[in-house]
Design a protein around this ligand. Structure first.
Ligand code: SF4
Length: 348
């Protein structure tokens, strides 16, 4: 193949390498995110799933550098956005990126929207922070943005206050604010959790449409694998601060490997099955101060656990092309070259 025929893969827009984020508790730091590494390609939608307390939100707040001051801290690793290590950026430099190149939307818009300012004022503030245009132009842009996220009577809504809107409408306003400066990366943290099912579907469709029209990459944080199946290209499964599985959406749904992923899948409601009670995962995610230092962090809840799971720490290994998992059942390097097969393990 000649050099002209060869198309090099573009560098990812975001690279997270060995991220470690800790929280200060009684004077000591405890890591809520431990050695997390992943890439996000341009225009890609990456879902990050796991229960509450798995480190998903801490990971996204680390990328945005929005950790609670004096309590949360990036303690190691690198976050590279468009080739620059932003984990070393000052607050001032991050302010130039936040809202412009990387935006974030949260689960509950009422915590992000200011109740004392009108919708229009809040969207215009984002635009005027990053662009040198007149207030009149910013107002016109706000109205156009609200229309683009499906808000009717946009000319009137810009004059209204957050409490005058429904939950679904407020989430649309948050999306309008987040895309106001056409960011290259949007981090959406549980954007549909507080909404009813019909509105959830509309918001997901809206996000997908915006991603396509704006050529934007999205990190979608959710506890719901059903949401991931709807719009994501790749999935990262987190448990107790670590990535335990990573794969394309098709590969993960057709061929889940990690017992935790397996149990998350069983907790997805299925339209075709008449079940009285959804499957749940027994037990709780260990707290940051009680995190096992060796062995698998899922061992005390895992239906396939073996005695070795308490003493050998599983690493992320390739199990197929574009599919990695961190489980001793699939670890070819342990022990001494032996590969454990899932068959025969007591996954239920
Ligand atoms: Fe279960 Fe062991 Fe795999 Fe952990 S390493 S998920 S405890 S089988």
């Amino acid at each position: 193949m000649s050099a002209n025929n060869f198309t090099a893969k573009k560098a990812p827009i975001l690279q997270v390498k060995n991220l470690q984020t800790g929280f200060k508790i009684d004077g000591d730091y405890y890591n809520a995110v431990e050695g997390v590494s992943f890439d996000v390609d341009r225009k890609q939608i990456v879902g990050v799933v796991g229960e509450s307390g798995c480190g998903k939100s801490v990971m996204s707040l680390s990328i945005m550098q929005l950790l609670p001051q004096g309590i949360g801290k990036i303690r190691g690793g690198e976050i590279t956005f468009e080739g620059e290590n932003i984990s070393e950026f000052s607050d001032k430099k991050m302010n130039q990126i936040r809202g412009k190149d990387i935006s974030m939307i949260f689960q509950e818009p009422m915590t992000s929207l200011n109740p004392v300012f009108t919708i229009g004022y809040q969207i215009e503030e984002v635009i005027l922070n990053h662009e040198k245009i007149s207030k009149k132009e910013a107002r016109l842009r706000s109205v156009a943005l609200l229309k683009s996220v499906g808000i009717p009577r946009a000319e009137k809504i810009v004059e209204e206050y957050p409490h005058q809107l429904s939950g679904g409408m407020r989430q649309r306003v948050m999306i309008a604010m987040a895309i106001a400066c056409q960011p290259k990366l949007l981090i959406a943290d549980e954007p549909t959790t507080a909404l009813d099912v019909t509105v959830q579907a509309q918001i997901l469709e809206l996000l997908k449409g915006i991603q396509e029209s704006n050529d934007m990459a999205i990190i979608l944080i959710t506890h719901d694998l059903g949401v991931v199946a709807e719009i994501c290209d790749e999935v990262i499964v987190m448990y107790a601060g670590k990535i335990v599985e990573r794969a394309s959406v098709d590969e993960l749904f057709n061929n889940p490997k990690h017992p935790y992923t397996d149990l998350l899948m069983k907790a997805i409601p299925k339209m075709t099955e008449d079940v009285e009670k959804l499957a749940t995962i027994e037990g709780l995610v260990p707290s940051v101060i009680n995190m096992p230092q060796v062995g698998c962090r899922f061992a005390n809840r895992c239906p396939a656990a073996m005695p070795e799971c308490l003493t050998v720490t599983p690493m992320l290994n390739d199990v197929a092309s574009n599919h990695q998992t961190a489980c001793l059942l699939y670890d070819s390097s342990w022990p001494e070259g032996e590969t454990r097969q899932r068959e025969g393990a007591t996954i239920q």
